[in-house]
Ligand binder design. Structure first.
Ligand code: ADP
Length: 159
């Protein structure tokens, strides 16, 4: 079975993420969306919330599963028999870091990385920008799937 992983923090999932996940699901037998549990980053949503939003947003794809990883993504790949990491590239600013990671992951474990160019509709979109817009009451309805929009609205209605 050809299995790919889309790793990330997904804090929260955006339509940019979902576009890459959906396109990957058309290319591979199974796509595992791996949510990083790494606690070092400042998160708005808990691991459970990020996972729930992703499960709801990807329910439309029969071959997408949501899982978690802690530590090296290549160890996750080995444990889950995943051959390929799929990443979205938004702009040249993504490239340097993604190139380093792809080369490191190949060097460490022979795991390949496939880059998919972002849908131009979402090339400006990041989770951090969505959080910033939502913080100041901006309209994020065209930026995130419904599941994430609801959570963001609830978070800011409560604060
Ligand atoms: P991280 O916390 O590792 O930076 P994110 O959860 O923000 O990860 O994003 C995970 C991955 O999703 C990124 O590495 C990138 O490959 C992809 N991605 C994020 N936003 C977009 C977008 N707007 N268009 C295409 N790909 C994206």
């Amino acid at each position: 079975m050809r299995r790919a992983v889309c790793p990330g923090s997904f804090d929260p999932v955006t339509l940019g993420h979902l576009d890459i996940i959906g396109r990957a699901s058309a290319l591979y037998d199974e796509v595992v969306v791996a949510v990083g549990m790494n606690a070092s980053k400042n998160r708005m949503f808990s691991f459970e919330e990020r996972t729930d939003m992703l499960r709801e947003a990807t329910a439309q794809y029969g071959n997408v599963v949501v899982d978690s990883f802690d530590g090296l993504i290549v160890d996750f790949c080995k444990a889950r028999d995943v051959q390929v990491i799929v990443k979205g590239l938004r702009a040249i600013s993504d490239f340097d870091y993604e190139l380093q990671m792809a080369q490191m992951n190949h060097g460490l474990a022979g795991v390949e990385t496939m880059f998919m160019t972002t849908n131009p509709l979402y090339s400006f979109l990041s989770s951090s920008l969505v959080k910033e817009v939502a913080t100041y009451g901006g309209d994020i309805s065209g930026l995130v799937p419904e599941a994430a929009g609801r959570r963001l609205a609830a978070r800011f209605a409560a604060s």
